[in-house]
Design a protein around this ligand. Structure first.
Ligand SMILES: *[C@@H]1O[C@H](CO)[C@@H](O)[C@H](O)[C@H]1NC(C)=O
Ligand SMILES: *[C@@H]1O[C@H](CO)[C@@H](O)[C@H](O)[C@H]1NC(C)=O
Ligand SMILES: *[C@@H]1O[C@H](CO)[C@@H](O)[C@H](O)[C@H]1NC(C)=O
Length: 216
């Protein structure tokens, strides 16, 4: 009696193991066949205008930065097998030197989209802090930025920024969605020149493809 019971249990266990192994193999085959590749990103155009730094000398020691920046980022899906669904893109601008925040983007377009396999999409990101209260920064950050804008004094300033994109994406492997959160970081060094009116700040254009780093 007892022996028959144990035999029954063994068969059951073998069944379960076989089932688990075949699920594992199926997932592996899926992964190998559809293996999602990392997206690639580059800045192919950036236009900065109205960049102004106001240093406050009233004891508080802080500063205010006003600017407007429009950036075209090219996102490339190199996978020949899977499309990428972008569910959200969170964009922020930082100063390259000290990593100080210049705030979140005002608009990202498109915000949500599907990128077919082996394709490239352009996302336009707009920052507009040219009006209102601008962005408050620490006093040393304002001083450093002011120095970068002035450059050697002959109007040959270069300002280093970093565009930070935190995306939420889904890869659809058949009916299995795989979620990922790629972090895209794009360094940009934009040469700046004063506008026609002193009050309108400095601006500049970047028109070559700076590669971004992408981490998963
Ligand atoms: C930036 O991207 C938008 C949308 O694709 C496009 O209409 C615009 O021409 C691009 N600008 C530049 C300068 O490439
Ligand atoms: C851009 O967004 C900031 C806050 O994130 C806001 O203070 C500012 O007014 C916005 N600019 C425009 C033009 O809407
Ligand atoms: C931005 O700069 C342009 C010219 O560079 C100027 O005409 C405009 O008034 C400026 N806007 C602000 C809000 O400073």
């Amino acid at each position: 009696m007892a022996g028959a019971g144990a035999g029954n249990g063994g068969t059951c266990c073998r069944c379960l193991c076989g089932f688990l192994v075949s699920i594992g193999v199926a997932v592996l085959i899926y992964w190998a066949t559809y293996q999602p590749h990392r997206i690639r990103a580059a800045v192919d155009f950036a236009e900065l205008s109205n960049l102004t730094v106001v240093e406050r000398n009233d004891g508080g020691g802080g500063g205010v930065v006003y600017y407007r920046l429009s950036i075209n980022v090219t996102l490339h899906n190199p996978s020949g097998r899977v499309g990428v669904y972008y569910d959200a893109i969170d964009a922020r601008l930082l100063l390259a030197g000290d990593g100080a925040s210049l705030g979140p983007a005002n608009a990202t377009s498109p915000e949500v989209f599907h990128q077919p396999r082996m394709s490239t999409a352009v996302v336009t990101i707009e920052f507009d802090r040219s009006g209102g209260g601008g962005v408050g920064v620490a006093g040393d950050v304002a001083a450093e930025l002011d120095k970068e804008i002035k450059g050697g004094g002959g109007g040959d300033g270069v300002v280093g920024f970093e565009l930070a994109l935190d995306a939420r994406v889904r890869y659809k492997l058949g009916f299995v969605p795989i979620r990922a959160r790629p972090k895209v970081r794009c360094p940009m060094r934009i040469p700046v020149k004063a506008g026609r009116h002193r009050r309108s700040g400095v601006g500049g254009v970047l028109s070559s493809g700076n590669r971004c780093t992408v981490k998963y």
